[in-house]
Design a protein around this ligand. Sequence first.
Ligand code: OXD
Ligand code: MN
Length: 601
Amino acid sequence: MKNPAPAIFPPDGIGEGAPANQAVLDWVHEIAILTEPENIFWCDGSDRENEFLVSESLKQNVLIELNQKRVPRSYLHRSNPNDVARVEQFTFVCTPTKEEAGPTNNWSEPAETYKKLRGLLQGAMRGRTLFVIPYIMGPPDSPLAKVGFEITDSKYVVLNMRIMTRMGEVAVKRLGNDPEAEWNRGVHSLLDINPERRFICHFPQDNAIISVGSGYGGNVLLSKKCLALRIGSYLARKQGWLAEHMLILGVESPEGKKHYVAAAFPSACGKTNFAMLIPPEHFKGWKITTVGDDIAWMQVRDGRLYAVNPENGYFGVVPGTSHQSNPNAMRSIAHDTIYTNVALTDDGDAWWEGKNGDPPEHAIDWRGNDWSPDSKEKAAHPNSRFTTPMRNNPALDRDVENGGGVPISAIIFGGRRSDTVPLVYESFDWARGVYLGATMASETTAAATGKVGQIRRDPMAMLPFCGYNIGEYFQHWLDIGKRLTDPPRIFSANWFRKDADGKFLWPGFGENMRVLKWILDRCEGSGGALKSPVGWLPSPHDLDLSGLDLDHKCVAELLCIDHEEWQNEIAAHKTFFDSLGGVVPQQLLDQRKELAARFKE
Ligand code: OXD
Ligand code: MN
């Protein structure tokens, strides 16, 4: 590359955060030769740098300033309408053999894929700035923390990564000068935002990611789904820990007894709401605190499972967020937030379906068109998002920076199921909990492109995120269990069961505290339960439902295990296992038979 002339003329001292590590310098040089940018900008994550990039983004319409009195230091971004969600069909795991990627991933041969991507990246940053983002996932003093570098030609990505990760100096320091140190190489280019040239490719053996053709969320914030989950799960298996699509919350009783719970729900199924839950009046004195809302990295120590949240911010679904559904999220996103694909009101505020108050008489919708309540289109895209720093959360857990992690007492697996799956039950033991997680299913949501509302098996909520063979992933879970002398109890939860008229039976949101309380009672050995074929099921009086306007019939329906529905469910487990082509551990196949037999007892 010729001596690059700065295209955006950063003021002195900005864009000079280059690390001393030669391996990083060599890699950046190689990508710059390939992509031919005008300028290389080494991000340091400082406030000054951020202000500079925000002001450039405003000038170039990458960001739109919101009303600074209402939402200080907050901005709106509109993505290309062809680019509004994760693209699972264009997401690849590139391992030497197809078997390593397994039956649930799109596989692509590494050498050919590198070649194809290099072709697409050739000259792709001409006239653009190449940003290098150093970041660290996990509390910097955590043994699980991972350093990554993301190269991108998108300012929006830089601004989001600064919120979502610990970015800059801290990562450079942790990496140090060792050219052999482990770090993730992420390359992202917008190209021309064309779905035909959109590929999100992972090379687990090389600890590398290349993402092209998208500018949206999980496709491009490479720290999140790509590193923390897909590459993370691969590293976790190799190194003996777990990288999971789970929120982590703390729950403290009025007497000061505290437990931590991790919960895996698929995308857009309420992880953020659950992680920020405010207990209803009836549970006065109980406190919920958030460790994380999307990803848990967990390790075994002294026979227990300890979790850290690798992220530094929340990339949450906006529609439906209100002072009723999630007051802590509303407070979090009241300042220092990037909104993507929400509507813009005439007075410069962000608006979305489900926000408190009446809809505005007029707004500009997420595509930039005039909108009124009579419009047929939604004002905000169903997968519109907020990016907000976790320090904005009034309920942030005090141990969120504790590198050793928090001890997990319970794991919850849950999906959107309008029938079959009861409100809550507990698996008989770890191995049967692994079966429960492995066979969970949920209705698809707008978080990924494709049909919404289709039931699909989504093991441990990791179907789109497990970066290696799912059969080995199941075995890894079983093996972790053998190392736990005090394992978390494993539960199933379903907030989404409906009655015959299609109405939700359970109020959800803050009232989920009632389910959580039963879970804690079980962990402490005090909660009552009946033995059912699927596991330990609360009877109506085992749940604290006082003050809740729910009739007996409704409670009975919520807790019902309908044998006919479960015959279909167990048959669907078989279909799913069969579809995986012989990779499922024998222990789980046996469990399916045992489950079926328990229904006949
Ligand atoms: C997310 C997702 O953005 O799961 O967290 O899609
Ligand atoms: Mn997620």
